[in-house]
Design a protein around this ligand. Structure first.
Ligand SMILES: [Zn+2]
Length: 225
């Protein structure tokens, strides 16, 4: 089903966490058996455009693992894995790898793919879920590093035509993947916090404004092919 593609649908669980509605939801569950990474706090440097992007947590390593779980039970928590879970399809996996490579090309980060099992868990999971069923009618969502067991995980809306191939550089799907991975790395929406003339996509794909001064929220006039 094609629905109007609102920019906000590429937003994340992280956004709601900023308002306190979901942070800590999974805090009482057993920790994910991460291969390497744990979260640590970030001190904002006092530079407006950088402070605007920092949620407040980061990973303690630049070498992260990721996976495409074949089974929901591998994820280790409830919620997203329980609602129409599906593994990420092959062509979309290729797009995710490309989006991670794009982050690596501009940051001191590596992403190593592992095969998820019941006993071996990546730092970042990518999966499909009926996010609407848990109150998030958006194209995707992601968890900040300090959000407990799900921290670092990216979920994509299972029935959204946004995630149908083909994928290509410049497609909104690629933008949305880059955006969600940004949350999983500790970046928040800088909308209204950036230096006003920088408050748009020319400066950050984490932004909710396409260009400075644009009202939010807005409808993005793009229908995926
Ligand atoms: Zn977002």
């Amino acid at each position: 089903m094609k629905r109007p593609l609102r920019h906000g649908r590429a937003a994340s669980r992280a956004e709601r966490a900023q308002t306190g509605s979901s942070r800590g939801r999974f805090a009482s569950q057993a920790p994910k058996e991460r291969t390497t990474a744990t979260s640590q706090s970030v001190t904002r440097p006092g530079i407006q455009d950088i402070d605007a992007l920092l949620e407040g947590s980061r990973w303690n390593t630049g070498n992260l693992t990721f996976s495409f779980p074949a089974r929901a039970s591998f994820c280790g928590y409830s919620g997203e894995p329980d609602n129409s879970f599906a593994p990420v399809a092959s062509e979309l996996q290729t797009a995710v790898r490309a989006a991670l490579a794009a982050w690596s090309s501009v940051a001191n980060l590596t992403f190593t793919e592992i095969t998820e099992t019941s006993s071996r868990h990546a730092d970042m999971h990518f999966g499909m879920s009926d996010l609407t069923a848990i109150g998030n009618d958006r194209g995707g969502e992601a968890f900040f590093p300090d959000q407990g067991v799900p921290g670092g995980d990216v979920w994509l809306q299972a029935d959204d035509s946004l995630w149908n191939p083909p994928f290509f550089l410049g497609a909104f799907a690629f933008f949305a993947l880059m955006h969600e991975i940004g949350h999983a790395l500790g970046f928040q929406h800088p909308t209204g916090l950036l230096e006003p003339s920088h408050d748009g996509w020319d400066y950050s794909l984490m932004d909710y404004r396409a260009f400075p001064g644009q009202p939010t929220p807005f409808t993005y006039p793009f229908v995926p092919a």
